[in-house]
Design a protein around this ligand. Structure first.
Ligand code: ADP
Ligand code: MG
Length: 139
């Protein structure tokens, strides 16, 4: 059975451009409930830990630089089959390839500055949620 939580980040450029509310509105309209939410700025060390799985890839260093460049919004979202449903809502990693009406198609600048993060499995969703939120911060 698939899990009912996923984890998302509204990335620095989308926050800077004023897209927090429009993106949260799309999340709401797609039937997700917000279980936890906060705004913060990552340190270099936190960003490196969060994206450890991408260490060594060609885009890794610039990705870290981008992710610490300004405040972000992190959130745990609830819905049946949340991981898959949210990946559908955000669209392809590369906004040029993202389907019409997806968050990345509407709000991403480029493959790096692609507006949002979404977990890729139930296991990573659980880990990413714990990375930012204690049990007491989750509703
Ligand atoms: P996704 O966020 O769709 O799960 P990945 O996990 O493969 O994508 O990559 C993590 C993040 O790294 C992407 O969201 C994007 O910000 C950045 N990224 C991925 N591929 C590239 C690339 N080819 N060039 C620049 N940045 C990239
Ligand atoms: Mg990923």
């Amino acid at each position: 059975m698939n899990g009912n939580i996923t984890f998302t980040i509204i990335k620095p450029r989308a926050v800077e451009k004023g897209y927090i509310a429009p993106i949260l509105n799309m999340i709401h309209k797609a039937g997700f409930k917000i279980s936890a939410l906060k705004m913060l700025q990552l340190t270099q060390h936190e960003a490196e830990r969060f994206y450890a799985v991408h260490q060594g890839k060609i885009f890794y260093e610039k990705l870290i630089e981008f992710m610490i460049s300004g405040p972000i919004v992190v959130s745990i979202l609830k819905k049946e089959n949340a991981v898959e449903e949210y990946r559908k809502l955000i669209g392809n990693t590369d906004p040029e390839k993202a389907e019409e009406g997806t968050i990345r198609k509407l709000y991403a600048e480029s493959v790096r500055e692609n507006a949002v993060h979404g977990s890729d499995s139930d296991e990573t969703a659980a880990m990413e949620a714990c990375f930012f939120f204690s049990e007491a911060d989750r509703f």
